[in-house]
Design a protein. Structure first.
Lengths: 287, 358
């Protein structure tokens, strides 16, 4: 009786285990079945080794962190990495994503209702080395020129000297190390986004998290803005031990900011994106 | 005899020991005297019955074995958790040195191998302690498989993973009669139900914990399961469902009673917190009443604990800042005395009603 019962459970368990494996591997096969022309080539500026600490130091796998940026339209935030509130992410976009943003922001109760709106999953469009990056680069260049002109007018000013130094560092970062991957749009319909952004060598469509914020600056009216929170998959596996990143393993285990991999030494990664959620297909050295 | 469950068999053996002790007392007091033949027949019958039950169910046949089995339960629980953690870290330590094919092969084969091993152990292990260890490691291998395949192939995280984890945990729990795995299954399925509740209200599924009310549907379902499914042959399963149901209900209420901003309700924070404080008192009192009525000790205890927590957090809110500390703790102490008196009275009332029924 007991043996018969256990046999039945064993069979059911094996079926469950095998079906799960089949579903996962089938999904992986589908995800990787896109044609090779839909690859996007990134450098280590966009795919960096993640920071490691604590018990995670024992993890022998190497995952690369996808560095992306958001152009907020506010000058001091151009160089920030990660999420933020882009200038184009207003009420209309939020309504498209299913948020009810019809009510005003006049009373505390109305503002509380907005604060209670929770984050949603959406598809993010990431543009590589496009117009947004060029704007950021131009902005850094323009800032340096302005600061240099100010210093020329008052060459003894320590403030201007510092500002020039900072502006130069910002420009260097833009030219050498900052990510050129910017979130340029969000949506819910993958097909519509692919139609709108057909160049898959320049655009990645990936699942991510977005939210709603409200803000009021310097006594101005309250304003509703959308915020990019994060990518659903922030890291992507870099394959096994014998990949080019293995040489950084010593740094990687203890790193805060390993200088060896921070400069643009030219590691190249290929990201095909047939389905939402990019996949790393290979890593190689540019030289 | 196989129709009995393990708990019923244990109950029968306890009953026999009580009967024998009382019989000795009665004979010493000369209230009842059996002939030698009767005494021998009774002894033989009880000895045979205890042996048969011990053989079939691996129950505790005396006080010493009861104490030992408690120690074994604790050891197997801790061992199961430690072994499961060990499997996780073992893989983490070495997986970076393997190629993708080796990683996938190990991840797919490990749960199957461990599952078959668990079933073989379950077929031989009467005590269930070793089965519990093996079942927990099997479950850890399965969780690891989904997590690591997700990482290797960059699969977008999904709440559906909780369904398969829950299904596998329930399968292991019911096949091996293991409450630890039942608890794991309940946690997984509750996480799935709560995540779904969150997504229906429009939130990102991984943020379901940000709105504690998302746990209420799962709590209701867990409380109802033992009402509709007979767990006579699964000792302690119904209690686990009820305890987890109450935790899923009362913990979010406790949280919202102190963090009104976490609620779906768009109202003043103080009003929300006040409402949930009242609800917390009402629900814990209801749990105590229901537990007394239905003879569910685990429900009474959970209700008691939460009632006291709700009361003490309220007292802390009201008086910690304004009272001298000696007075605050004096009131806490006096409240404990008051509780003791109430419970004593309840006990006496219960005893009287039993006598009245007799």
């Amino acid at each position: 009786m007991k043996i018969a019962r256990l046999t039945a459970f064993t069979l059911a368990g094996i079926v469950l285990l095998e079906v799960t494996s089949a579903v996962i591997l089938g999904g992986v096969y589908y995800n990787r079945s896109g044609d090779d022309s839909r690859k996007i080539i990134l450098t280590e500026r966009e795919l960096a080794l993640p920071y490691r600490y604590g018990s995670n130091l024992e993890n022998s796998g190497i995952a690369l962190r996808l560095n992306y940026r958001v152009a907020t339209g506010r000058k001091h935030e151009y160089h920030f990495s990660g999420g933020g509130s882009p200038a184009w992410f207003g009420k209309e976009k939020l309504a498209e994503l299913g948020y009810d943003v019809s009510s005003a922001l006049d009373t505390e109760q109305q503002r509380r209702a907005y604060r209670k709106l929770r984050d949603k999953e959406a598809l993010l469009v990431l543009e590589y080395d496009g117009a947004t990056y060029q704007s950021a680069l131009a902005f850094a260049q323009k800032t340096l020129t302005e600061k240099q002109q100010q210093l020329e007018r008052d060459p003894l000013s320590e403030t201007y000297k510092n500002q020039v130094k900072q502006a130069r560092q910002m420009l260097e970062r833009e030219q050498i190390s900052s990510s050129r991957l910017f979130v340029v749009d969000v949506g819910r319909d993958e097909q519509a986004l692919r139609k709108q952004y057909p160049d898959s060598t320049r655009h990645i469509i990936a699942a991510g998290k977005v939210g709603v914020s409200i803000r009021s600056e310097k006594g101005q009216q309250w304003q509703v803005i959308g915020t990019i929170r994060s990518l659903s998959i922030g890291e992507t596996m870099a394959g096994h031990w014998h990949n080019p990143f293995a040489q950084y393993r010593g740094n990687y285990r203890t790193m805060g900011k390993p200088a060896a991999v921070r400069s643009d030494t030219g590691q190249t990664a290929y990201l095909p994106c047939p389905a939402p959620g990019p996949t790393l297909s290979g890593i190689s050295s540019l030289w | 005899m196989n129709q009995l469950s393990k708990s019923e068999a244990q109950q029968r053996v306890d009953q026999i020991h009580s009967f024998q002790a009382e019989m000795n007392e009665l004979e010493q007091e000369r209230v009842l005297q059996l002939t030698d033949a009767q005494r021998q027949a009774l002894h033989n019958y009880h000895a045979g019955l205890v042996m048969q039950l011990s053989h079939s169910f691996d129950i505790d046949h005396d006080q010493r074995s009861r104490q030992l089995s408690l120690g074994m339960r604790v050891a197997s629980f801790l061992g199961a958790l430690a072994l499961a953690a060990s499997v996780f870290f073992l893989f983490y330590q070495y997986w970076g040195r393997m190629n993708t094919h080796a990683q996938v092969t190990i991840l797919i084969a490990a749960p199957v191998f461990m599952f078959i091993t668990t079933m073989l152990i379950a077929a031989r292990d009467q005590s269930g302690y070793f089965t519990k260890l093996a079942a927990m490691v099997t479950f850890a291998c399965f969780v690891l498989k989904l997590v690591m395949l997700g990482q290797i192939f960059n699969i977008t995280p999904s709440d559906r993973a909780f369904i398969v984890w829950a299904a596998f945990a329930f399968l292991l729990a019911y096949s091996c009669n293991t409450r630890l795995l039942l608890a794991a299954g309940i946690l997984c399925i509750s996480a799935y139900i709560s995540a779904r509740t969150g997504t229906w209200s429009g939130m990102y599924w991984l943020d379901f914990g940000e709105r504690p009310e998302n746990f209420f549907p799962a709590a209701v379902i867990m409380l109802l399961v033992p009402q509709f499914i007979n767990h006579r042959h699964f000792w302690g399963f119904a209690s686990i469902y009820r305890v987890f149901g109450l935790l899923l209900l009362l913990l979010p209420v406790l949280l919202l009673a102190n963090w009104g901003d976490g609620s779906y309700i768009n109202a003043d924070e103080d009003i929300i917190e006040g409402g949930y404080q009242l609800l917390g008192f009402a629900l814990s009192a209801l749990a105590i009443w229901l537990g007394l009525r239905k003879h569910w000790p685990e429900v009474i205890n959970t209700g008691n604990v939460f009632f006291v927590i709700f009361l003490y957090t309220k007292m802390f809110d009201w008086w910690w800042e304004i009272m001298p500390k000696y007075l605050f703790f004096l009131i806490i102490g006096l409240t404990a005395v008051l509780f003791l008196l109430i419970f004593k009275r309840l006990r006496v009332t219960g005893l009287l009603s039993v006598r009245g029924a007799q």
